[in-house]
Design a protein around this ligand. Structure first.
Ligand code: C2O
Ligand code: CU
Length: 490
């Protein structure tokens, strides 16, 4: 029952007679020639399965998953490797796979009708792309995702640095949130109006790596690299590690100046990732509780870290924390094209719009309300609610330009805003420069917050730009940013 077959083959071997030409072809791409690239093959089959999410005496939960497990198999490669992933659709409906955060060519981005025809039941589609950036990524369908992701279709994609930070142990926690019935089945009230209009489908059961977690064994003095991935449709996590002092070394896969998380909380919106270095500073035999405090008055114990009776070492190691940078083009703010993007809608949206001055392009507040009543979209990007993945671009930019998006969240809700095909720097929040100008592919905007991001449009194609609260995306909060093929000289 092997559904996951990493079979490294040498690109050099595949290229065989064409190797001279291929060498010349790739010479212009620094990232490709910098590593001994190999092709890594994987197979994923999306299909129904039964898995144990919650402990006995509950039943197993009927899910849809990759390789009959939740999360799906870890895909782990080295930076510069080429991935070839054969995806077989064993579901009764169409699907696709999107490689969240990976800067793939447009045709490999997994957006149905926009970048590929959806994979029909029984069909296979092969994705092939280079792992240009090292970091923590994940994969999930982009088809009917409020249902497909919620039912368990997701998995981690880890791209190792050639020269990673030194740690004793590496852990990946892929967090998810489920709305389960008393019989431990997934509640089938998908896409109900309340979830669409408020903060999305927030559930009642949280899992780490597909299990309701109890305890995780650690050792005093141990240094752990913890890769966190939020695969929930809608739940935002705000993790409190008690007396431990996690240091953030990467956001959304991209290295960041190592720093303690703001107000001590590790905050992760849907689709976001964070790499932490945690020195286990407690005493042997003790324990530390990780608590999720994001939603006020709804705090809960996520998991206990249980220290072994014997220490690994007496004090924290002094190994460096800095990760090597990825090959991202640096935005040139001097020549940037600036665009305003306003997000509207949802419950109490009109009130917030009034408060914020009520400018929302060509859709007056009354019109928006009428649309909402007719079920033609609840959330709007510059006054338009998407009804599918194919639409006129929100924005067309020439290849190779720096774009600044000045975004306003004119709603009463949080939104994790994701851009496909690029990573962007977060320049400012509410007019104040960010401390780390962090690279991200998904930025969490608080209600009424203004955030400026900048990126170089170096990846041609039509790219989704959407809220990653999947119910918001489904109810209109999505647009397309087109990067035209020609490089514009400046
Ligand atoms: Cu994680 Cu458009 O997706
Ligand atoms: Cu949203």
């Amino acid at each position: 029952m092997v559904l996951y077959l990493p079979t490294p083959t040498r690109r050099a071997f595949l290229a065989s007679a064409a190797s001279f030409a291929a060498g010349a072809l790739f010479a212009g791409h620094g990232i490709r020639s910098a590593y001994a690239a190999s092709v890594r093959e994987f197979r994923l089959k999306a299909a129904p399965a039964n898995v144990r999410l919650v402990p006995e005496p509950y039943d197993k939960t009927p899910v849809w998953s990759y390789g009959a497990e939740v999360p799906g198999p870890e895909i782990r490669v080295r930076q510069g490797d080429r991935l070839r992933v054969m995806v077989e659709n064993g579901l009764d409906e169409e699907t696709t796979v999107h490689w969240h955060g990976v800067r793939t060519p447009n045709a490999m981005d997994g957006v149905p009708h926009l970048t590929q025809a959806p994979i029909a039941p029984g069909e296979t589609f092969t994705y092939e792309f280079d792992a240009v950036d090292a970091g923590t990524f994940w994969y999930h369908p982009h088809q009917n995702s409020t249902v497909q992701v919620e039912r368990g279709l997701y998995g981690p994609l880890i791209v190792e640095e050639a020269d990673p930070v030194r740690v004793d142990r590496e852990l990946t926690w892929i967090l998810d949130d489920w709305r389960l019935t008393r019989a431990a089945a997934i509640s089938d009230d998908f896409g109900n109006r309340h979830d669409l209009m408020h903060n999305g489908r927030v559930g009642n059961t949280v899992t780490i790596n597909g299990r309701v977690p109890e305890r995780i064994a650690v050792r005093a003095g141990e240094r752990i690299r913890l890769r966190l991935i939020n695969a929930a449709n809608a739940r935002i996590f705000g993790l409190d590690f008690a007396d431990l002092e996690p240091i953030v070394i990467a956001l959304d896969g991209q290295p960041v100046t190592p720093h303690a998380p703001a107000d001590g909380l590790v905050t992760l919106g849907p689709a976001m990732r964070m790499d932490l270095i945690i020195d286990m500073s407690g005493r042997p035999g003790s324990h530390a509780t990780v608590t999720d405090r994001f939603y006020q008055r709804l705090e809960y114990r996520l998991v206990d870290l249980i220290y072994d009776e014997t220490a690994l070492r007496d004090s924290a190691p002094d190994w460096p924390l800095e990760l090597p940078a990825n090959p991202l083009a640096e935005p040139d703010l001097g020549t940037a094209l600036r665009h305003e993007v306003t997000f509207n809608g949802g419950m109490m949206g009109q009130m917030v719009m009034m408060e914020m001055g009520g400018s929302m392009g060509d859709a007056p507040a009354g019109g928006m309300m009428a649309n909402m009543m007719h079920g033609e979209g609840i959330w709007f990007v510059n006054g338009k609610a998407a009804t599918g993945h194919v639409m006129d671009p929100l924005l067309t930019v020439a290849h190779g330009r720096t774009c600044v998006l000045a975004m306003t969240n004119a709603t009463a809700w949080h939104h994790p805003i994701h851009l496909h095909g690029h990573s962007f720097r977060v320049l400012s929040r509410n007019g104040l420069p960010t401390a780390h100008r962090e690279w991200q592919d998904t930025v969490l905007m608080a209600p009424r917050e203004k955030v400026e991001i900048a990126f170089v449009s170096d990846n041609p194609g039509d790219w989704m730009f959407h809220c990653h609260i999947l119910e918001h995306q489904a109810a209109g909060m999505m647009g397309v940013i087109r990067v035209s093929g020609r490089e514009e000289r400046r």
